[in-house]
Design a protein around this ligand. Structure first.
Ligand code: PEP
Ligand code: MG
Length: 325
C-alpha cells in the first residue's frame, strides 16, 4: 500500500467524481517543509509559531521571526502557507514571559487573549509575518477567537502594521488572507457573523472537542469524552462550513480529526475544503479521497448529523465503506 500511495505524490486531491480538495500539512518549524513537499502536500494548513518562542531564552526579534517565516513561505514555492499567531498559555509556558497562576489555564489567559493584551509582542509578530508575505502565498490566522470583537480587534492591528510597513516602503505581498481558528463552540455558533469578516476558517478540533465536551484534552480520566464523531461536534463543524460557504469563504481543518480515516468521508460529505494533517498522513488520505463519491458522502454526512452517538457514527461510516469498496 505504501507503494500505491507513493504514486499519488503529484496527483491532485480529487474525489471519485472529480471534486477538488486540498490536503496540507501541519508543521512546527521551517525544517518540516521538506517532509511536506516529499509527501505531496499541497499547502501548509497550520504552522504553529510557538516553537519560535519556546526554543528561545527571550522574545524572538522581528528579524529572527521574519527569517523563519520567509524560509517556510519560500520553501513552499507559491503554495499556500497558513501561519498561526502565537498560541502560548494553556499548557505552554515561556520562562521569560511570566503568566499569572490560574485555576483553569485552558480557560484562561492564552493565545489571542495574550496577543490583544500584550500588543507589542503581537505587533512584532505581525510585522515579521507581513514582511515574509512577499516571498510566496502567506495567510495569517488567529488562535482561540471567541467573539466578533476579538477578530475585529486583531484584524485592525494587522491592518495598522501593514499600513505602517507600506508607508515605510517595505515590500508586502499583494493578498494576505486573514482568518481564524474555529476552536471555541461559541464562535462556531456564530459562524454566520464571523464569516462576514474572515477570509477563511480553520477548524481546530483538538480544542473544539475539549471545549464542547468540557473535558481537558490531556486528562486520561475523561478521555472517553474525546468524541470527534459525536453529532454535537459534527453539527458545529457543519454550521461552520455552511455559513462560510454562504459568504464565499473557504474552510480548512487543522486538528487531528482532519487526518482521521473515519472522519474524512464525513468531512468531504460536508464540503470541507482543506484538510491539514501530519505530513505522513497525506498520501494515505489522498488515496482514500480518490475512492469516494461526494454525492453519496453528503447522504452519509446527513445520516451522521442525525445520529445519536459517537459509536453510531463510526458504525455508519464502516457500513458505508463496506458497501462502497
Ligand atoms: C486544535 O486545537 O485543534 C489545533 C490545531 O491547535 P493546537 O492543537 O495547537 O491547540
Ligand atoms: Mg488549538
Amino acid at each position: 500500500r505504501l507503494k500505491e500511495w507513493a504514486k499519488l505524490k503529484d496527483a491532485p486531491s480529487l474525489s471519485l467524481n472529480g471534486e477538488q480538495f486540498t490536503i496540507g500539512a501541519n508543521i512546527g518549524t521551517p525544517d518540516d517543509v521538506k517532509s511536506v513537499i516529499d509527501n505531496g502536500g499541497e499547502a501548509v494548513g497550520l504552522m504553529r509559531s510557538e516553537f519560535l518562542y519556546m526554543d528561545s531564552n527571550e522574545l524572538p526579534t522581528e528579524d529572527e521571526q521574519f527569517e523563519a517565516y520567509k524560509k517556510v513561505v519560500s520553501g513552499m514555492n507559491g503554495k499556500q502557507v497558513v501561519i498561526r499567531t502565537m498560541d502560548i498559555g494553556g499548557d505552554k509556558h515561556l520562562p521569560y514571559l511570566p503568566l499569572p497562576e490560574e485555576m483553569n489555564p485552558f480557560l484562561g489567559y492564552r493565545a489571542i487573549r495574550i496577543s490583544l493584551d500584550r500588543q507589542e509582542i503581537f505587533r512584532t509578530q505581525l510585522r515579521a509575518l507581513i514582511r515574509a508575505s512577499e516571498f510566496g502565498k502567506l495567510a495569517i490566522m488567529f488562535p482561540m477567537i471567541a467573539t466578533v470583537d476579538e477578530f475585529k480587534q486583531a484584524k485592525k492591528i494587522f491592518e495598522e502594521e501593514k499600513s505602517k510597513l507600506i508607508e515605510q516602503m517595505v515590500p508586502v505581498g499583494a493578498n494576505i488572507e486573514v482568518g481564524m481558528m474555529m476552536e471555541i463552540p461559541a464562535a462556531a455558533m456564530i459562524a454566520d457573523k464571523l464569516a462576514k469578516y474572515v477570509d477563511f476558517f480553520s477548524i481546530g478540533t483538538n480544542d473544539l472537542i475539549q471545549y464542547s465536551f468540557a473535558a481537558d484534552r490531556g486528562n486520561e480520566r475523561v478521555s472517553y469524552l474525546y468524541q470527534p464523531y459525536n453529532p454535537s461536534l459534527l453539527r458545529l463543524i457543519k454550521n461552520t462550513i455552511k455559513y462560510a460557504h454562504k459568504e464565499g469563504k473557504w474552510v480548512g481543518m487543522c486538528g487531528e480529526m482532519a487526518g482521521d480515516q473515519v472522519a474524512v468521508p464525513i468531512l468531504m460529505g460536508m464540503g470541507l475544503d482543506e484538510f491539514s494533517m501530519s505530513a505522513t498522513s497525506i498520501l494515505q488520505t489522498r488515496s482514500l479521497m480518490r475512492k469516494l463519491d461526494t454525492k453519496k458522502l453528503s447522504e452519509l454526512a446527513n445520516s451522521a448529523l442525525n445520529a445519536e452517538t459517537n459509536d453510531d457514527v463510526i458504525k455508519l461510516v464502516k457500513e458505508f465503506t463496506q458497501h462502497n469498496k
